[in-house]
Design a protein around this ligand. Structure first.
Ligand code: BES
Ligand code: MN
Ligand code: ZN
Length: 504
C-alpha cells in the first residue's frame, strides 16, 4: 500500500477511487466539496433520504457524477462531536474502510478530518490510526484457493492518501508510516497463525526469526536446537517435543535501538506450539480442529518485535519463543512422567494436553537467566478463558498489579480488551503433586491454575504478566477490523505498552 499525506487546494479536482469524508452526527448539511455548494446541498438531501445521521458505524455512498474528479465519496459517521474519542474513531474508520472495500476501491483518500474526530488528537495520531485500520481491514488470508477452482483475486488497497493542511503533511506522513508498520505486524501474525501446521513447523518459525534478524539491523537472533536444549536442561520443552518427528527449538531475539540508547527493557514470550494434538491425552476432533493456531502467541511476539524495531522505540526488547509440536509417537511423554525443568522444579505430567505451560516454564526460566525484569507472556493456554470473556477479549494474570494494570490500559487504548483476573492464593495449591513439586494440570477452574503454574517459574521478584489469548487469537466470525480466523490479537497492546515504557 502506497501511503501519502498531502494538501490540496480543492477536493473537486482531486482524483481517487473513493474519497472518505468523516461527518459528525447532525452535521450532514455541512458537507461541502465544491465552491458552488451544489454537491453539499444534494448530499444533505440524500443523507436525509437514506437515514444517514452521522452516527458511528453509519456510511453513505455518494456518486459524485462529475461534480468531483473522484467518482465516489463515502460519508462516514463520527458520532456526536462532543463524545468522539479514539474508540469511536476506530469503529467509524472500520465501517468506512469496509465500505471502500465493498466498492472495490484501490485508491482511497481521506478528506481533511476535523481535529474533534478524536478529542485531543493530532494529525500524527489520526493518520496513524487511519493507516493501522486500513492495513488491518485490507488483510486477505494466505489461503490457497486457485483460479482453476473459481477463485477471483481480491481487490486490495493500493494507495492510501490523507489530505491535511500544508503544515501538517510531514506529521501526518509519519503517522501513516508508523500506523502501517503496526498493521503489517498484525497481518504478519495473522498469516503465521492461519498457516497450516504442515508447513508452519518449528523449523519454519526458526527460519522466519532468522530472516527477521537478516532483514532488520537492530534485531539479533540466537537459536538453540535439541542438543543445546539438552545441555541447557530445558527438559520440559524437550518432553513436549519428544513425540514429534519435527525437532523443537528455543528462539531468542533481541531488539536494541540503533544508537544503543534505551530507557527500559521488556521481555515478551509467546507460546509457539505449532500443532497441539493433545499428545497421548489426545484431543477429540472438534478440539483439535484449530490447533494449527496454537502458536498464535509466538506469532504475536514476533510481529510485535518487528513493529517495535520499525518504530525505532528507545527500549530494549527480548522475544522468546519455544516452538514445538505436541504429537504422538513411541517416544511421546506420558501421563505420570516426572520432568526436571530447567528452573530445577520437578513436574508430574497430569495431562499431556497441558503442554503449553511446560514449554513456557523453560522459556520463562531462560528469559530470567538473560536478566529479564519485566516479562509478558502471551499464550493460547486454556479453552476455559472463553467462559469469562467469550471471544471479545483476553484474560490477564499477574504477580504485580501496577504492571498488569498498565498492560490492561495499553490494551484498551488500542481497542484490545482484557480482563485482569485475580489470582486468589487458594488456587495455588491445586497445582501440588504427590510425586513432584508441581503437576501440570490443576483441574478446573483451569485458567487461573494454569497461570499459577507459570507464576511458580516467574517467581515474585520480577514483574510478570500472562495473557491467555485462547479466547481471541482466532474467531469463527468477523469482528470489527478482525477477519474470521486468526486475529493477531496482542500485537497492538505490546507495541503500545513498549511505547509507553519508552516514554513515547
Ligand atoms: N492449546 C490448548 C488450549 C486451547 C483451547 C487454545 C482452545 C485455543 C482454543 C491447550 O494446550 C490445552 O489443551 N489446554 C487444556 C488444558 C487442560 C488439559 C488442563 C484445556 O484448556 O482444555
Ligand atoms: Mn494442549
Ligand atoms: Zn496447546
Amino acid at each position: 500500500m502506497k501511503l501519502k499525506a498531502l494538501s490540496v487546494a480543492s477536493l473537486v479536482a482531486y482524483k481517487a477511487d473513493v474519497i472518505l469524508v468523516g461527518v459528525f452526527a447532525g452535521e450532514q448539511s455541512k458537507v461541502s466539496f465544491a465552491a458552488d455548494g451544489n454537491l453539499s446541498l444534494s448530499t444533505a438531501r440524500q443523507a436525509q433520504a437514506e437515514n444517514f445521521g452521522g452516527n458511528v458505524g453509519e456510511t453513505l455512498v455518494r456518486f459524485t457524477d462529475g461534480s468531483l474528479a473522484a467518482p465516489q465519496a463515502v460519508l462516514f459517521g463520527l458520532g456526536a462531536r462532543d463524545k468522539a474519542n479514539e474508540a469511536s474513531f476506530r469503529k467509524a474508520l472500520t465501517a468506512a474502510l469496509k465500505k471502500a472495500k465493498a466498492l472495490k476501491a484501490q485508491h482511497v483518500a481521506f478528506a481533511p478530518l476535523d481535529p474533534d474526530a478524536v478529542a485531543g488528537s493530532t494529525s500524527y495520531g489520526l493518520a496513524r490510526t487511519i493507516a493501522l485500520y486500513a492495513g488491518m481491514v485490507d488483510y486477505v488470508m494466505n489461503h490457497q484457493k486457485t483460479e482453476r477452482g473459481g477463485h477471483k483475486q481480491e481487490v486490495r488497497f493500493k494507495k492510501l492518501h490523507f489530505i491535511v493542511a500544508a503544515d501538517q503533511v510531514e506529521a501526518a506522513f509519519q503517522g501513516l508510516k508508523d500506523g502501517f508498520a503496526v498493521a503489517s505486524a498484525v497481518n504478519f501474525a495473522r498469516d503465521l497463525s492461519n498457516e497450516p501446521a504442515g508447513t508452519l513447523t518449528p523449523a519454519k518459525m526458526v527460519k522466519l526469526a532468522r530472516k527477521t534478524a537478516d532483514d532488520v539491523d537492530t534485531i539479533e537472533t540466537t537459536v538453540y536446537g535439541p542438543k543445546e536444549l539438552k545441555k541447557m536442561g530445558a527438559n520440559a520443552l524437550l518432553a513436549v517435543g519428544r513425540g514429534s518427528d519435527e525437532p523443537c527449538y528455543l528462539i531468542d531475539m533481541v531488539y536494541t535501538p540503533a544508537d544503543g540508547h534505551y530507557v527500559d527493557e521488556l521481555t515478551i514470550i509467546g507460546k509457539s506450539v505449532t500443532f497441539d494434538s493433545g499428545g497421548l491425552d489426545i484431543k477429540p476432533a472438534d478440539g483439535m480442529r484449530h490447533m494449527k493456531r496454537d502458536m498464535s502467541g509466538g506469532a504475536v511476539t514476533l510481529g510485535a518485535i518487528k513493529a517495535i524495531a520499525a518504530l525505532g522505540l528507545p527500549i530494549k526488547v527480548r522475544c522468546v519463543m519455544a516452538p514445538t509440536e505436541n504429537m504422538i509417537n513411541g517416544s511421546s511423554y506420558k501421563p505420570g512422567d516426572v520432568i526436571h525443568t530447567m528452573a530445577g522444579l520437578t513436574v508430574e505430567v497430569d495431562n499431556t494436553d497441558a503442554e503449553g505451560r511446560l514449554t513456557l516454564a523453560d522459556a520463562i526460566e531462560y528469559a530470567k537467566r538473560q536478566g529479564a525484569k519485566k516479562i509478558i507472556d502471551l499464550a493460547t493456554l486454556t479453552g476455559a478463558v472463553r467462559m469469562m470473556v467469550g471471544d471479545v477479549g483476553c484474560c490477564l494474570f499477574t504477580n504485580n498489579d501496577d504492571f498488569g494494570n498498565a498492560i490492561v490500559a495499553s490494551g484498551f487504548a488500542q481497542g484490545e480488551k482484557m480482563l485482569n483476573v485475580p489470582m486468589w492464593e487458594e488456587y495455588r495449591d491445586l497445582n501440588k503433586s504427590e510425586m513432584a513439586d508441581l503437576k501440570n494440570s490443576g483441574g478446573a477452574p483451569g485458567s487461573t491454575t494454569a497461570a499459577y503454574f507459570l507464576r511458580e517459574f516467574a517467581g515474585e521478584e520480577i514483574a510478570w504478566a500472562h495473557l491467555d489469548i485462547a479466547s481471541v487469537a482466532f474467531r469463527d466470525r468477523e469482528l470489527g477490523a478482525d477477519p474470521r480466523g486468526s486475529t493477531g490479537f496482542g500485537v497492538r497492546t505490546l507495541v503500545e505498552f513498549a511505547s509507553r515504557l519508552a516514554g513515547k
